[in-house]
Design a binder for this molecule. Structure first.
Ligand code: NAP
Length: 163
């Protein structure tokens, strides 16, 4: 069985993005994301891929889902059907679903681990994380972080495993 993990930063009201961008810049969250996903396989939707400032994320196997059979992206594996994704996954290590909302919705039931950054702020948003039933998830780790000159909001890192 493949290990599917989800990594996401969620603000108040389950908001995760606006106008194909993240809601706020939290440098320590980007570090957390990098630390957890480095040397792993990452899976994203075409819109999230297009939101990345420099294309494919280095030192990771980047998989991009799109229905466009002509889509080309440097250093990425392009997959047109969700059922074709499994052959590209790592069967030894974690495979990270990195968004956006369409992709999270399609993988939440397969995920065994959730890496959630909670951002304690209200934002205008047009994409949201699906409702999580926390009866199905055990909290394994919580790291609290307070606002500072580089971080406008309090934010905590949580790791959950499926019960
Ligand atoms: N807060 C966070 O942690 C976080 C993380 C990632 C992204 N985001 C935000 O989320 C937003 C983007 O999310 P989104 O929901 O709009 O888009 P998305 O999930 O990134 O990408 C959606 C696209 O993926 C492709 N796709 C989806 N399901 C597919 C399937 N089953 N088979 C083939 N292709 C499929 C389609 O591409 P085609 O249209 O090309 O067919 C679809 O338009 C942005 O605002 C981004 O900043 C936030």
């Amino acid at each position: 069985m493949y290990k599917i993990s989800i990594i996401v930063a969620i603000a108040n009201n389950n908001a995760i993005g606006f106008k194909n961008n993240l809601l706020t810049n939290l440098p320590n969250d980007l570090k957390w994301f990098k630390q957890n996903t480095l040397n792993k396989t990452i899976i994203m939707g075409r819109k999230t891929f297009e939101s990345l400032p420099n294309g494919a994320l280095p030192k990771r196997k980047n998989i991009v889902l799109t229905t466009n059979t002509n889509f080309i992206a440097e250093n990425c594996i392009i997959v047109n059907k969700i059922d074709d994704i499994w052959q590209h996954l790592d069967n030894q290590s974690e495979n990270f679903i990195i968004g956006g909302s369409e992709i999270y919705k399609q993988f939440i039931n397969q995920a065994k681990k959730l890496y959630i950054t909670r951002i304690y702020g209200d934002f205008n948003a047009d994409v949201f994380f699906p409702e999580i039933n926390f009866n199905n998830w055990d909290l394994k780790e919580k790291i609290e972080n307070k606002t500072d000159e580089k971080h406008k909001y309090d934010y905590d890192f949580f790791i959950y495993e499926r019960t």
